[in-house]
Design a protein around this ligand. Sequence first.
Ligand code: HEM
Length: 344
Amino acid sequence: MNRATRWVEERIPVDPESLRKPLREPLPVHMKTWIFCLGGTPAILFCVLVATGILLTFYYVPSPTLAYASVSNITFKVRMGWLVRGIHRGASQLMIVAVLLHMIRVFFTRAYRKPRELNWVLGVALFMITLTFAFTGYSLVYDQLSYWATIVGTNMIAVLPVIGKPLLYMLRGGPNVNPNTLSRFYDFHIVVLPAMMALFIVAHLGLVRLHSVAPLPDDPRRETYPFFPDHVLREAIVGLLLLIGLLNYVMFFPPTIGALATPGITPGHIRPEWYFFPTYRWLKMTSLAVGIGGSIVYVTGLFLWPFIDAMLERIAPRRNLWLIIGTAFYMMTIVFMVWEAIVG
Ligand code: HEM
């Protein structure tokens, strides 16, 4: 043992073998296919978002009078500011795509069933945190669309039963959108949500480790491969390809900014980002109360899905009700999204 290793071991008395053991965790071979190891992608993107987000805070000013000018400054004046902002925005969009794909693969392989129900619940919480990240981030730009999206989005919260009004007041810092609102959204975006996401990711991965990755139904293969270095390298390649893709995207489509927010003038066409299209279409089709009620039922159903599936299995075994209901909901979500994208 060389002197440097001994020096470290004397000061940090941890048995190196206990550190190596979790790295050698065997994974089933189906995890070599990219769609099955998609869980690592949001984790990589979260790191990219934290790194670029920290750089953006050096120049962003969370004040209604200065926010817009500071985003313009980052986009058009600060050296490489456009690149950092572009990667941050692109990674946030990719994060939503990656979480959705990961969720779809977990759903259709039924990897959420006993004993992994709680990990599904943690996963849905991570999905909600991802969407809240996107919503609060969008509102920080303080251009017309982001300002009015904040008003419309927070208005919807008021309709929630019992907690709606206090929650709205807490988020806005008053009954209406006012100068406090931006700093609250900023706090959520850079402190509360990152801390929650980091905590939930650790708990989520901890549970994956404790249970091991779920075997694929009807897969006769029993071979495994080690987490380190094989799986880590695979994830690193995915991360590298994502970064190359993001860099190219930002080079060809650098970030821009809309007109400055004008509180008295509502833009003709307020539209949320694509990932809120299904909810937006649904709300347009119904009254606000029915729309919000339906959305609450949808989200609650998503959280409780492993338990609903187990109940359906007991009521009608071999009917594959989980597949019929799940496919119907996924199709409905896609139809609403495409509908809103085309009709607007
Ligand atoms: C930030 C978001 C998320 C991260 C970083 C993440 C990460 C991961 C990772 C690394 C795994 C190991 C297997 C794999 O790579 O696919 C995994 C498994 C799992 N995830 Fe996620 N996940 C996230 C969101 C979600 C969501 C939205 C759901 C579902 C609603 C979910 C449910 C599950 C379940 C049930 C497993 C166990 C699956 C199995 O054992 O095959 N996760 N997650």
